[in-house]
Ligand binder design. Structure first.
Ligand code: DX5
Ligand code: ZN
Length: 216
C-alpha cells in the first residue's frame, strides 16, 4: 500500500480557513489531520467541534481527528457528528481502552490509539488486534513546529515488527516534526501515514510539498 499524507490543520492560517481547505482538496493529501487540545492533557488549547463542524462539508478528504484531551470517551458522539473518519485517543488518557475503542467503532468511526513519545509500544500488545491505527507521537503533544525525537524511528520499526508478528492490518501513523528527511526514514521502517503541519502549511508551495511527500 502506498503511504498516506495527512497535513495537520494546526499550522494553517485560521484567518483564511476556506482557502486552506481548498488547497487541501486540490492537493494529493490523503487525510486532513485535526488536533483538538484541552489545556489539561496538553499545555495548550487549539480548536474544538464548532470549527470541525464548519469545515466538514467543505473538506473532501477523510478527517483524522487527534484528541489530546482527558476523558476522550465522553466526546465520541460529538466526534462522530463532525463526520470523522478516524478518531485517535491517547493511551495515557484512557483507563478502559478496550471499551473506548469498541464505542468508537460502534459510532461508525475507525479507532486509533496514540502513544506519547515515552509510552512503550509493548503496552498495546493485548489490544493491537482491535486497533485500526496506532498513532506514534514523535514530539511531546501540544504544539506544532517542534523538533523530531530521533528515537521515534526505532519505535516505528519495532511497532511494525509487532504488527507483522501478530498478523494484524493496523496502520502506523507518525506525528510531529515530519519533514522530507524524517519522512523518508519513517517510511523505510514501516510508517503508513505521516502527519505534517508546519512543513506543509508554512511552505511557499504547500501542494508541491504534499506531492513531494507522496513521492517518497
Ligand atoms: C502536536 C500535534 C501535531 C502537530 C504537528 O501536538 O499532534 O499534529 O500539528 O505539527 P508539526 O508537523 O509542525 O510538528
Ligand atoms: Zn496530531
Amino acid at each position: 500500500m502506498k503511504h498516506k499524507i495527512a497535513p495537520s490543520l494546526l499550522a494553517a492560517n485560521f484567518m483564511n480557513l476556506q482557502k486552506e481547505i481548498e488547497m487541501i482538496n486540490a492537493s494529493e493529501a490523503d487525510w486532513l489531520h485535526l488536533d483538538i487540545m484541552d489545556g489539561v492533557f496538553v499545555p495548550n488549547i487549539s480548536f474544538g467541534f464548532p470549527v470541525i463542524e464548519s469545515l466538514k462539508n467543505h473538506c473532501t478528504k477523510p478527517l483524522d481527528v487527534h484528541l489530546m484531551i482527558v476523558e476522550p470517551q465522553k466526546f465520541i458522539p460529538e466526534v462522530a457528528a463532525c463526520g470523522a473518519y478516524m478518531m485517535n485517543v491517547h493511551y495515557e488518557a484512557c483507563i478502559h481502552l478496550h471499551r473506548t475503542v469498541a464505542a468508537i467503532k460502534e459510532a461508525g468511526m475507525k479507532a486509533g490509539v496514540t502513544l506519547n513519545p515515552h509510552t512503550p509500544i509493548a503496552l498495546l500488545e493485548d489490544i493491537l488486534c482491535d486497533l485500526d491505527m496506532v498513532l506514534l507521537m514523535s514530539v511531546d503533544p501540544g504544539y506544532g513546529g517542534q523538533h523530531f525525537i530521533e528515537h521515534s524511528v526505532d519505535k516505528t520499526a519495532r511497532l511494525k515488527e509487532m504488527i507483522l508478528r501478530q498478523g494484524t492490518d493496523t496502520l502506523i501513523e507518525v506525528d510531529g516534526g515530519v519533514n522530507m528527511e524524517t519522512a523518508k526514514r519513517l517510511l523505510e521502517v514501516g510508517a503508513d501515514v505521516l502527519v505534517a503541519g508546519n512543513f506543509v502549511f508554512r511552505a511557499d508551495d504547500p501542494k508541491q510539498v504534499i506531492r513531494d511527500l507522496k513521492d517518497l
